[in-house]
Design a binder for this molecule. Structure first.
Ligand code: KG4
Ligand code: ZN
Length: 333
């Protein structure tokens, strides 16, 4: 059969990314333009600033993606784009670019759910085996998802409040770390001691849901209290204790999900999948029982290759969208 080349766009948050993916599993190019520097001084992503950056970057990224893949528009089978969840202004830029290509080159348009993309980043490493369990951990999401067949998702557990990456970023901010703070907290967690006992919310509860606002508040209260009594805390110890507690919650709930939903594979996806503490514990405690897929760091964060990977599933199912496809900021499975 002829190879299926898909041009994919991702612009849901603060990375502008364009990729060319072959048969849903081979990355021919994956250009990622990050805007983090422009948002850092605000301590988080500013939607208006993000949209403007996407406008400035997207055409250049598209040219680069095609050039690097050594592909012309005529070689493409379809064009894919993230249509949610995410920031509406940011999503619209990717959508407009994808629609323009679709219309001008008469290519089918495929709208992709950003979370499905994060999960299908695994398919760029090794073919997904069904049923699979996915732990999706990012700045906006913390979910346990069952993937029973290609493109068939069921949410088994969700966060009741903050996403895990958001908790890393907020705690980091209190510790004086630049946004996004996950990577630095992760580094500090290797240098400090686990001396604090923060509450591990919902660990005992017999469900698959998460809550991270309690632990975040506990860290903040501990820091405030120390400040009031003039004590200086070791930031690295705080980071270590926080990360260990968060990882404990994630690993416990994942094990519980695997016990209740027999799976062929565990996929760990999203930006927080880069966390080394999480990787180590899953490797040690879950890998012996079941195949675990951790996409490489470049495919864990937001990128268009993962969007192209999932778009291939929809391409095979002939699930195409019209040019009326709109952004859906709160899109769910
Ligand atoms: O998936 P992603 O790139 O963007 C969203 O869709 O949210 O995830 C970004 C999140 C940020 O909150 C960032 O702090 C976190 O992933 N992150 C980490 C690590 N690297 C990035 N969190 C913990 N440990 C890390 N090593
Ligand atoms: Zn993401």
């Amino acid at each position: 059969a002829k190879d299926v080349l898909i041009l994919a766009f991702e612009s849901s948050c603060d990375e502008t990314s364009v990729a060319v993916v072959k048969n849903g599993q081979e990355v021919l190019s994956n250009i990622i333009a990050t805007q983090i520097k422009s948002h850092q001084r605000f301590g988080g992503v500013v939607p208006e600033v993000a949209s403007r950056h996407h406008v400035q970057q997207i055409i250049h990224c598209t040219d680069l993606a095609l050039k690097q893949a050594q592909v012309n528009y005529e070689d493409l089978a379809a064009v894919a784009v993230t249509y949610g969840p995410g920031l509406v202004g940011s999503l619209l830029i990717g959508l407009m670019a994808a629609k323009a290509v679709s219309w001008a080159h008469k290519l089918p348009l495929i709208g992709v759910n950003h979370l499905a993309g994060h999960i299908y980043a695994a398919n760029l490493v090794t073919p997904i085996k069904y049923p699979a369990l996915a732990l999706v951990v990012s700045g906006g999401h913390t979910e346990l998802v069952q993937v029973s067949a290609p493109g068939a998702f069921t949410i088994l557990g969700d966060t009741r409040d903050d996403a895990v990456g958001e908790a890393f970023d907020k705690v980091g901010r209190m510790l004086g770390v630049n946004y996004p703070a996950g990577k630095t907290i992760d580094q500090w967690a290797h240098e400090g001691q686990d001396t604090f006992d923060f509450p591990r919310a919902m660990l005992e509860e017999d469900n698959l849901d998460f809550s991270f606002s309690g632990i975040k508040s506990a860290v903040i209260n501990t820091l405030h209290h120390a400040e009031q009594i003039g004590e200086t805390l070791n930031k690295k110890d705080v980071a270590t204790s926080f990360q260990n507690d968060v990882v404990e919650i994630l690993v416990t709930k994942t094990k519980r999900a695997l016990a209740n939903y027999p799976s062929q594979q565990l996929i760990v996806a999203g930006g927080v999948a880069a966390n080394s503490g999480l990787r180590e514990r899953i490797q040690k405690e879950i890998s012996p029982q079941i195949e675990v897929v951790f996409p490489p760091l470049r495919l864990c964060g937001d990128n268009a290759a993962m969007i192209g990977a999932f778009a291939y599933v929809k391409y095979q199912q002939q699930q195409f969208n019209s040019l009326a496809l709109n952004a859906n900021p709160s899109l769910d499975f």
